[in-house]
Ligand binder design. Structure first.
Ligand code: TXA
Ligand code: MG
Length: 505
């Protein structure tokens, strides 16, 4: 099929542009499919009363046919023509937010075919705040069923080029109206239940809605996973996930940047190519990653507007296997942005901690491989510092096959310094050792990454060099060397541990 593609500026529609929009509307009225911009994302429109056209939408998108569509109207009075009753709450919301990014769900009437509602007795309706969209709707005679104009399984399109990538040759017409203002799909509120339920967060927030109609329920706040709620059919389907595994990294900004750089270093050394999503300066990041700036600063409106573009871009690099992204504020519109980002990451979030938790530490755990030399030595040194009074200081291993006494030469050196660990036996790190008020100190980066990934509860972890602000030189045990080397080893370790104490002050 030859797809007609036109560029039109929403704010400056020429006579010729108007003619094109009229043709677009007529194509839809006559059963064709046209993609057009809205203020949220692009929609793929069909005549809401034409069952064949509706079925074609499902076919070209590859969308399950019981996932209902939103009906788009251009005039508020048209709502009453497709629902059984416009409730008071609906009226209040419409007066406040239409035209705009709010979709409301009400009982349908018999004018709306079940093909549109996926068999449900309710219908989702919205009045978009975009001149191009509204004109096409009017020319089509008023009722356009339109899902987002992406192939099922891809992020919603937020640029004309995204729609062209997905549907050139498959639909009748594409109107490229430039970048969408919001970039995240509309808020959906189900008014067919009491209290009303927010089925999908969007630019219009729960608070915005409650200011107008009082209490509403947000399933993401109760733990009711909306995936399981039969009330939100669209949410049951597998969500967009980038080809690469997306991993969110949460914590204070500086720590997050360091952690992402370490993950990149580690993945790269294993031959894995990675991408990074960032706000602000891309130069803070490890050059081994493909870094994409989603916004210049943490302006959540810009982050939301660019989210799908950035995710679509990573999908064009098949060799990238992992993408790291910081989390963003979930206040206001951030709730919608984080909702989409978390779904794209399939819930994978690594918490790397917050900088100011330093003050509340109750336990310090030194981590080493076997917990027989470096860890116990560091532990003995730190314990002996009077500044550590009242603090638990422990050592743990990552590979403890049998509980063993500490290395004989380490033990000899410690005794000569008056630091005796008694008959301590190596102990493997376990879930019991994980708590929010514990500081974990590893001997090297590999151990740190291993723990971060295995124990989501670990929030405050550093390599010993990192903690004292040195570049990462690992202290190695002088295995097989004579006792003199063990004394030197002690001196190096002691210097680092004492520095840990001064860093804390
Ligand atoms: O911003 C938007 O809403 C965009 C633009 C194009 O308007 N549209 C959009 O449509 O995001 P779509 O099809 O990608 O998402 C519509 C969502 C689906 O999750 C669907 O399950 C839900 O709305 N939905 C539609 N009708 C429903 C109903 N009667 N009950 C519950 N959920 C419904
Ligand atoms: Mg969609």
């Amino acid at each position: 099929m030859n797809t007609q593609i036109y560029k039109i500026d929403e704010n400056d529609i020429s006579i010729e542009g108007k003619n094109i929009l009229q043709r677009a509307g007529e194509i839809i009225k006559d059963g064709g499919l046209v993609a057009f911009p809205t203020e949220t994302v692009y929609g793929l429109g069909a005549n809401a009363f034409n069952k064949d056209a509706i079925n074609r939408i499902y076919t070209v998108k590859g969308r399950p046919s019981n996932n209902p569509l939103i009906v788009h109207i251009a005039d508020k009075k048209d709502l009453a023509k497709i629902v059984s009753e416009v409730s008071l709450k609906a009226k209040k919301l419409i007066n406040k937010f239409w035209p705009g990014p709010l979709t409301i769900i009400l009982e349908r009437n018999e004018n709306i075919p079940l093909e549109v509602t996926g068999g449900l007795e309710t219908v989702a309706v919205r009045l978009p705040d975009n001149n191009i969209a509204r004109q096409i709707i009017r020319y089509s005679k008023g009722f356009i069923a339109a899902p987002s104009a992406n192939l099922s399984g891809k992020p919603s399109p937020t640029k004309g080029t995204h729609v062209i990538d997905d549907f050139d040759g498959a639909i009748d017409m594409i109107i490229d109206g430039g970048d969408n203002d919001i970039g995240i799909e509309s808020t959906i509120i189900d008014l067919s239940v009491e209290p009303p339920v927010i089925l999908r967060p969007g630019f219009i927030t729960k608070q915005d809605i409650e200011d107008v109609i009082g209490l509403v329920v947000d399933p993401s706040e109760t733990d009711a996973e909306n995936e399981k709620s039969p009330k939100a059919p669209g949410m049951m389907y597998k969500h967009y996930a980038p080809q690469a595994k997306l991993i969110l990294v949460e914590g204070s900004k500086d720590i997050v940047i360091n952690a992402i750089n370490e993950f990149v270093e580690d993945d790269s050394s294993n031959g894995i190519r990675v991408g990074v999503i960032t706000t602000g300066d891309t130069n803070s990041y490890n050059k081994k990653a493909l870094v994409r700036q989603i916004a210049e600063n943490d302006d959540i409106d810009i982050i939301g507007k660019n989210l799908y573009t950035v995710l679509r871009e990573f999908d064009t690099y098949p060799d990238i296997k992992k993408i790291y992204s910081p989390t963003f504020s979930d206040a206001g519109f951030g709730a919608a942005v984080m909702n989409r980002l978390t779904k794209a990451a399939a819930g994978e979030i690594i918490n790397v901690g917050v900088s100011d938790s330093r003050r509340d530490i109750k336990t310090v755990v030194f981590i080493s491989d076997e917990d027989t030399s470096r860890g116990p030595m560091a532990c003995a040194i730190l314990k002996s510092c009077h500044e550590m009074k009242g603090m638990n200081v422990l050592s743990r291993g990552l590979n403890v096959l049998f509980r063993e006494p500490i290395n004989a030469k380490v033990s000899e050196v410690l005794k000569s310094k008056g630091l005796d660990l008694g008959d301590y036996k190596s102990t493997e790190l376990s879930e019991e050792d994980i708590s929010i008020d514990t500081l974990y100190i590893t001997m090297n980066l590999k151990e740190k990454i291993h723990i971060l990934k295995k124990y989501p509860g670990v929030v405050y972890i550093f390599t010993i060099s990192e903690y004292i602000g040195e570049k990462d030189d690992e202290v190695m045990t002088p295995f097989g060397e004579n006792i003199e080397e063990y004394y030197k080893f002690f001196d190096i370790m002691e210097k680092k541990v004492l520095q840990m104490v001064s860093v804390r002050e």
